[in-house]
Design a protein around this ligand. Sequence first.
Ligand SMILES: N[C@@H](CCC[C@H](N)C(=O)O)C(=O)O
Length: 328
Amino acid sequence: MIIEGLKSHGSGNDFLIIDELTTNLTFTEQERENLAKALCNRGRLGADGILFVMKSEQADCRMRVFNADGSEASMCGNGLRCVARYANDVLGLDKMIVETMKANLLVEKTDDIYKGIPTFKVEISPVSFNVKDLPLIIEKETLQNEPLPELHSSLLFSALAVPNPHLITLVDKAILQSDLQEDLSVKVNQPNELFPDGVNVSFVKELEPGSIYVRTFERGVGFTNACGTAMSASSLVTCFAGLNELEREISVYNNGGKVKCVVHHDTENQTYLIDLIGNATYEFKVSLEIDKNHPEQFEILEKDEFEEEASLYAKLQDEVQTYLQTAL
Ligand SMILES: N[C@@H](CCC[C@H](N)C(=O)O)C(=O)O
């Protein structure tokens, strides 16, 4: 079969978009898993995940996210911005609702985060602090800036689902530079008693008032340039820690660029919702010939790069990396 894919990224977190919205493509669950494993392999095409854009009966379209290891995730913030841009292109809607595994989410085109860079704002919700929603198996209902001695003797962790699972800790430069994040992340993403489904692990460092740096080891992938749901969850955690303020824009720096987050608190219902604002950049269009029974043997028939987008994004990335060299 022939698949036309669109490689895109949000803060360098990259995905292959496969369109089931305007094409006749359709896949079994096993085929989706196999495609993710084959196409995300960095030795060949390479991506952090696959985004299937599909028809929806309850929203303008639907997004399903598969990690590089073939597992399905309930949400993907950076991916949702890429899907928002793609759906905006094909449906002509600047504002729409996207169905995801656990929620229908509002996405909209917004002012460029940096000169000439297509930018989208997406809703990250629902947010839950109940450990059962990750799940995290401990004898308490929540873990908010508290020790988790089963994992580390002194760090303080917050666990939340947005709705995919996140474990977040605020760290200093020395810890950030050590191997600790990788060691802990590998531990909680292999068969273990604390996080039976694995968890995305973020180390967060305050940069200056209103700015933080977030690095994430993603479940089903490993270290990525950025993780949108992790940056959103981390923004909320830093508001609770008194480093940032609710309802105010937070600049979130990462290894692949920069986004903005705003944490909203609905005081009546005691719920939180986060706006994630950032780039949705196209890298290339690709035409693939794939045997569904042997997807790892796919052929690349054609590849068209979006060169201008790449050079515009490189300017943002240069500024971010220069800033991080002194701020971190
Ligand atoms: N990169 C994503 C999150 C993708 C899913 C995650 N690895 C999981 O398994 O929960 C983002 O931008 O949020």
